[in-house]
Design a protein around this ligand. Structure first.
Ligand code: PHB
Length: 398
């Protein structure tokens, strides 16, 4: 196969020269010089902001760290799946078969991440999840490794904080698919174990959601707080409707995962979200030298676009690929790369992170934050840290 491709490629050079140059030495060595990474993202459609953030972060990582690792040249190939799972799968297959990528990565939503599992398993190459957050994804292929977050990981600390801070009755409202159901379950499990009561569990459709009826129902139940989860990109429209229904005025505190107060949209949500409490793995306001440098470089390279938690998943995903290649000394064997990724630990803009060697899922700090106005802009200001949180719902973690 490789010989045939080289022959075809050299046809224009002159058959005699091509054949003479072929024997086993020069051409295969050349073919190994480049390590291709296929980044499959929703660059258009409802989740386009996720694609935009992750691509920008991956390119920033490469601009800062160069495109050479262990003697190999890294080439990034970005493909737009438009947020459609059949496209994600088709593109993953093409990247493996035609482009001979060593790694696939990206995947903007849970169904898109799930679509590439069989491709990665068959090709025996790593699939680095940079965005999706449903817990069970990593259990579906031994080649999945996650640098984003999981909803149980980010939600459990919110439930614990709520029970400790005078909240006794909660209604949950989540997007009705994998990560939303994970958030709903994790919130109820921890909050009720800590003595609280979940009055109702409401679910809004993932596509074109209309929140008004759910919000009215939540308000009528008179809970102490309403817990929210919607995926990145939907937070602004949800919060607009929350504010229109005047839940806060009615005495209902608004709590959420940080997906809702997404840094990509937060500044446009208006002062009504000030005081909202959320838990999450990343805030652009995270106070560390690594994050200050990351945010400054990201803003500069992207026309002042503020990085969100998707960006940091992409940045760290590229870091993981680079670090794994360094560890294998440039060997691109997929199983060796996944083995190298297991247990990898480093300091990210979000704080210290590592890859759990048992589950291939990310272990990271989760922060409790409050929306505040600082220097005229809205930020998720962290005020408490729960260190080294693992997703505790994986079979291997039990
Ligand atoms: C997901 O589909 O897994 C997902 C997407 C966006 C989020 C969280 C989870 O903000």
């Amino acid at each position: 196969m490789l010989r045939r491709q080289i022959l075809n490629g050299m046809a224009g050079v002159g058959a005699g020269l091509a054949l003479a140059a072929l024997p086993g030495v020069v051409a295969p060595a050349l073919a190994q010089e480049t390590v291709k990474v296929g980044l499959i993202l929703p660059m258009t459609g409802a989740s386009a902001s996720t694609g935009r953030q992750i691509e920008a972060a991956a390119r920033l990582y490469m601009a800062q760290n160069g495109n050479k690792v262990a003697g190999k040249t890294i080439e990034l190939i970005v493909k737009d799946d438009t947020g459609a799972a059949d496209q994600t799968k088709r593109l993953a297959t093409e990247l493996v078969v035609n482009d001979k990528v060593a790694v696939i990565a990206g995947f903007g939503l849970t169904p898109l991440a799930l679509a590439v599992g069989p491709v990665a398993t068959q090709a025996k190459i790593p699939a680095v999840i940079m965005a999706a957050g449903t817990s069970m994804i990593v259990e579906k292929s031994p080649y999945y490794v996650r640098t984003s977050f999981t909803l149980p990981q980010n939600t459990t600390p919110m439930a614990e904080w709520s029970a400790k801070n005078g909240i006794k009755k909660v209604v949950t409202l989540v997007a009705d698919y994998g990560p939303g159901l994970d958030a709903e379950k994790a919130f109820k499990a921890k909050f009720e174990a800590d003595g609280g009561k979940v009055l109702d569990q409401l679910r809004s459709p993932l596509m074109n959601p209309e929140f008004a009826a759910f919000l009215q129902k939540a308000k009528d139940l008179k809970p102490d707080a309403l817990f929210l989860f919607v995926p990145s990109g939907q937070g602004a429209s949800l919060m607009k409707q929350v504010n229109e229904r005047e839940l806060t005025k009615a005495g209902v505190k608004i709590i959420a995962t940080g997906d809702v107060t997404d840094d990509d949209q937060l500044n446009g949500m208006g002062d009504a979200v000030i005081g909202m409490t959320t838990s999450h793995n990343y805030s652009a306001a995270h106070d560390s030298p690594e994050n200050k440098a990351f945010v400054a470089a990201f803003l500069k390279a992207n026309n002042n676009m503020r990085p969100n938690f998707m960006a940091v998943g992409g940045y760290d995903g590229m870091a993981l690929i680079y670090k794994a290649l360094e560890k294998t000394k440039g060997d691109t064997d997929g199983t060796k790369l996944v083995d190298a990724m297991k247990g990898m630990a480093w300091v990210s803009p979000r704080g210290p992170i590592s890859i759990d060697p048992q589950t291939r899922d990310i272990v990271q700090n989760v922060y409790i934050r409050e929306v505040k106005k600082v220097d005229g802009q809205l930020w998720n200001v962290e005020f408490a840290t729960i260190p080294n949180v693992k997703d505790n719902t994986h079979e291997a973690a039990k």
